[in-house]
Unconditional design. Sequence first.
Length: 317
Amino acid sequence: MIETRQLCKRYGEFVAVDAIDFKVEAGQVLGFLGPNGAGKSTTMKMIAGFLAPTSGSARVCGHDVVADALAAKRETGYLPEGAPSYGEMTPRRFLDFVAEARGLRGARRKQRVEEVIDRLHLHNVLGQSIETLSKGFKRRVGLAQAIVHDPAVLILDEPTDGLDPNQKFEVRNLINAMARDKTIIVSTHILEEVQAVCTRAIIIARGRILADATPTELEARSRYHQAVSLTTSDLAGARNAMSRVADVAAIEYDKISQRLTAIPKPGRRIFGAVGDALKAQAIPVGELQLESGRMDEVFRTITRGDLGEDIAEEERA
Ligand code: ADP
């Protein structure tokens, strides 16, 4: 549904997107993950036909986004970063306007606008100017304009950025609902979003792809994959019991969560052995948990050599 080949964007000498190659198959929700300044928006703008590549190519449903721009755009819905729209218009007027610009006419236009109003639950705000809407509703209007022409492909640039937790939850549900009949690329720097909506994730930094895997595969790269964590009233005893398990590589204590974590040697499983060791020493255990892995640690490990703006700032601090 989407394919890029050696896709590049330069601004003068600066390379914002550096020979990116990937494919997205029908029905996939691809998370585009990376620190600020990684090149996510620039890549999405090129696929959406909003920005011309310096070199390389991108195709949407087989149509080259430059040579066959109109055909590619017909198949593409695009929510730019911040969901810009015309603030003085009402949602109905704005959606009518976008539908017309998308070439929808007459009864078909009316029907599609009504459908997206229904799908994004916009009934109660139809007569209000967009600039007076809450951020959550503005984002819904942005999503509505992206799907009004019923595209096969959706490109969503940071769709939940700046929203409160309830609004984030709601937008993620909408994305999951749209994923039933669309192929979606969604950019984010929020790691929990990848688990919440994506079937696959590409990690990008400094314009290059550093990882391309399912969220589960990414978690499995974490040193906390298959780690065992627990709460206990006998920290010293638990630490001692865990340290006797041959496949335990390290033990960490987190003061904030008050959890003790045993990290396995690479590729090893320790849950049973740690449980047995604790039982043998009669250590009181409050909560015993097997970890699938920590996405934030994987993200930092993968992007560390290619520090993005945010991480570089943090490191300096
Ligand atoms: P992301 O979406 O991952 O935060 P962007 O794609 O917006 O990153 O930006 C990638 C890099 O390209 C950044 O360093 C940004 O400053 C730079 N950049 C983006 N647009 C322009 C532009 N019009 N002129 C010069 N540099 C730009």
